[in-house]
Each structure stands twice: as structure tokens, then as C-alpha cells.
Write a protein of this length. Sequence first.
Length: 185
Amino acid sequence: MVPKLQVETPYISRALTFEGEKVRLTDLPELCDHSRFCMRAGGIRNLIKKGDPESIKIAVEEATICPSGRLVLWSKEKGTAYEKEFEKSIVVIHDKQKKCEGPLWVRGGIPIESSDGYEYEIRNRVTLCRCGLSENKPFCDGSHWMTSQEKAAFKKKWGIIKNGRSELPLPDGRGFLLQRRDLPS
Ligand code: SF4
Ligand code: FES
């Protein structure tokens, strides 16, 4: 029997934070599948900065359908994450604008394990590469439509150097979050 290997460092210990008055966004850029659901109405960070009820409502909608789970929006008052209740399901993301099929969208907390027994963190939203080109397998990194220049620009912006991993120390709690907090929005 294949031995179980350790679950990877949890999302929450590696995510950057972006603070609004009433909500907090946590963000792990290396998970992005570049499906762009977070860019409506000026983008999720602008909506959080605005902070009025309508903007926060749209920000919640955007975060909860971020397929990859890169983005999670939290209520500061309640200390809980906004999450949709997905049935356990797997669908293929179709990107109309880019005219291509994207990753597998795995929803509702389905366990993911590699063929050599590596168990990944169980999450409500995850996107898995199905084109074979991702540099962050098993997760999608947008390679199904992005050019190498576009990928390089994204990695530079967010400090991702290779294999989808950050060059900053992991997962040294506060130090990591504080260092990353002021990165571009
Ligand atoms: S995966 Fe999430 S963060 Fe990345 S573009 Fe899509 S909605 Fe935005
Ligand atoms: S499906 Fe997105 S990188 Fe493979």
C-alpha cells in the first residue's frame, strides 16, 4: 500500500492579506487559474477599498466563485469566510473569451491525492490542470491560454519564481504575511 504523505502547508498559512474596513481578502497568487471572475466591476480589490454595501456584495460574489480558491473573503466581524455551499462536483471550465477549455473545477471539498500518495489540503474550490502545461501541477496556473510573457509578468508582479512557489520564506507565519502585504493590487 502507498504510504500517506504529509498534507501540504495549508492555504491560510501561505496567503497574503488585503484589508478592507469590514472584510479581509486572503490571496495565494500561485493558485490562480486566470479565469478572471474577480475582475468584474473594477476588480475585487477596488470593490473592497470602496467598501459600500453594493461593492462588498459584488466582492463576495467574485470571491466565492473564484474557481481556484486563490481568493477567500472573510467577514471581520464574524471571523468567518464567505463560501458557497457546493455539492461535491467536478466540471470543466469553459473560457468563452479565450475560446478554450480550462481546468477541472473541483468543488465541495473533494479530497485530492497524487498517485504517489501525496494528500493535498481539502478545499471547497480547487482547479486542476488538464492541459498538462501548468508549472504548478496538479493545479492549473493559466498555462492553457497564457503566453510565456504573460506568465512571466504575473510571476514578477507577485514574487513567484519557479514551479509556482514563492521566493519568500514559507510558512513562517507573521513574517511572511507582513512582508507580502504591500504587494501591488
Ligand atoms: S482564479 Fe480566482 S483570482 Fe484567479 S483570475 Fe480566476 S477568479 Fe481571479
Ligand atoms: S488547464 Fe490550466 S494550466 Fe493546464
